[in-house]
Design a protein around this ligand. Structure first.
Ligand SMILES: O=C(O)CCC(=O)C(=O)O
Ligand SMILES: [Fe+2]
Length: 474
């Protein structure tokens, strides 16, 4: 991902066709029966904290410096609670004996497994592998860390902060980024481009790593803001109708496919829960910034490998805090695989191409970049071109999942706002761009407020905003 538009973060590019048969649009991650679980919590989605609400009520009180904490991780404190969160959720850290190894698309072992229920997410396997923590025994919490179970007993906000403070440190990046010898950015900051999109703003420190919960605390509010049964049923009906009619999507240009409302609400819920849990842990969400203080207008987390917006490099460690990114959950692979397969069918159907793979190559992701855009979030026009020369040469696609509020997405051959096309990416949409479209310029100009599906919000308490996951193969 070379967000080559100066510092406009990330990018991809262009051309196409494709068919499609027998598409099953059902949930990969779970049973449709839990589409509308009984007994979900009340919440007030839009009444909550905005960007400024990202700070945790937890403070470290162990008197340790950052470097001490790194050297003596077992002394990591649990964090102290603010009185507001006395009755918080409890996270259980469950020891497990072996660390799986292995890799690959649809592969067996090297990814955490998300076992979601409405109230629990279990991150299994090597989300927190000791191998991902050089010099560590895998016991940063005084327990073996190869399996962590997050059991949501009651409220979820507090435990999130607790987990964050146990597993990672709040880091003022200015300490680490500005040291002599830190790699220089590979590109210069661009002025606001002709699109008027300036996805950089000035700030004091280069990046901010502090707890960011993509979900809001559940507050026992009156029932009034619960999405009505009517709305929920409408959403479900529409989903079934689309599926029955085979309205899966469009080929936007050669190698670029948009699968509309492709992810079921059930899968979206699971993805949100998984991203929330990972985002609060070590290597979780942070606000990327640059050495000159400019910041991206989003929160980011990398899975599989780290992508450094400052240098455009991929690596095994996140330079700002030397943390190894969590693995990509296994279920995500299955969804990506299915999306590529269905894109091939669509390409074949629409273009009568005999070999859809020539137009849109297969891809086995080893990187997932997760962005969270708040209502004012955006991303300037850019190309994704920091992946390996081989990956780019072959046009291995970027697969992008949109969840939450809809986004106005621009794409085109040039980084000129008046020369690009616009499409709305709604919750559940999957956009795939590879082959001749691998190097398109693309970006997000706006997040459309209050457009997220009610049932998704009810299930997850996702903040106002948009979650986006882009999968790539390095
Ligand atoms: O949010 C999106 O839809 C696009 C994200 C993107 O382009 C990127 O992460 O490189
Ligand atoms: Fe991109």
């Amino acid at each position: 991902m070379n967000r080559d538009s100066g510092r406009t973060h990330r990018g991809g590019r262009s051309s196409f066709r494709g068919c499609y048969s027998n598409r099953s649009h059902s949930s990969v991650m779970s049973n449709e029966n839990d589409f509308f679980p009984i007994g979900s919590n009340n919440f007030d989605h839009h009444l909550q904290v905005g960007d400024s609400g990202e700070k945790s009520c937890y403070t470290r009180d162990d008197g340790m410096s950052q470097s001490q904490r790194r050297r003596f991780p077992n002394n990591s404190p649990s964090g102290s609670r603010c009185s507001k969160h006395e009755n918080a959720t409890v996270y259980e850290y469950r020891p497990k004996t072996s660390w799986p190894a292995g890799t690959g698309f649809g592969g067996q072992n090297d990814t955490p497994e998300i076992l979601g229920t409405p109230d629990a997410v279990v991150l299994k396997d090597d989300c927190l592998s000791p191998s991902r923590y050089p010099g560590s025994t895998g016991s940063n919490l005084g327990v073996e860390r190869d399996q962590i179970e997050l059991s949501s007993v009651e409220e979820t906000e507090s435990c999130a902060a607790l987990l964050h403070y146990d597993l990672s440190n709040k880091v003022n990046i200015s300490d680490s980024v500005d040291k002599p010898g830190t790699p220089k950015p590979s590109h210069e900051r661009s002025p606001p481009n002709s699109s008027g999109i300036d996805d950089l703003s000035q700030a004091k420190c280069q990046a901010v790593v502090e707890p960011f919960d993509i979900c809001l605390p559940k507050i026992a509010t009156p029932v009034m803001l619960k999405p009505s049964l009517l709305v929920k049923n409408r959403e479900k009906r529409n989903e079934l109708k689309r599926s029955a009619e085979g309205q899966i999507g469009n080929v936007l240009r050669p190698g670029m496919v948009l699968l509309k409302k492709y992810l079921s609400i059930t899968d979206q819920v699971k993805i949100v829960r998984a991203c929330r849990a990972l985002g609060l842990g070590s290597g979780g969400f942070y606000q990327p910034g640059y050495r000159d203080g400019a910041k991206l207008h989003l929160k980011m987390m990398c899975l599989g490998k780290n992508w450094d917006p400052e240098t455009g490099n991929y690596g095994d460690l996140r330079p700002i805090d030397s943390v190894v990114p969590p693995g990509i959950p296994r279920e995500f692979y299955q969804l990506v695989e299915k999306a590529i397969k269905d894109s091939h069918s669509l390409i074949q159907q629409k273009t009568k191409a005999s070999h859809a793979e020539d137009i849109l190559p297969w891809m086995s992701p080893n990187i997932c970049i997760v962005n969270f855009y708040s209502a004012s979030g955006r991303l300037g026009l850019h190309q994704d071109k920091d992946e390996s020369p081989g990956s780019l040469r072959k046009g291995l696609p970027v697969v992008s999942f949109s969840i939450g509020d809809a986004a106005e997405f621009l794409y085109g051959d040039e980084r000129e706002v008046d020369k690009v096309e616009k499409v709305e990416l709604e919750s559940g949409d999957v956009l795939v761009f590879g082959g001749r479209s691998r190097h398109i310029f693309h970006g997000v100009t706006a997040i459309k407020q209050k457009t997220a599906p009610g049932s998704l919000l009810e299930e997850t308490n996702l903040r106002p905003g948009r979650l986006n996951l882009t999968f790539r193969e390095y």
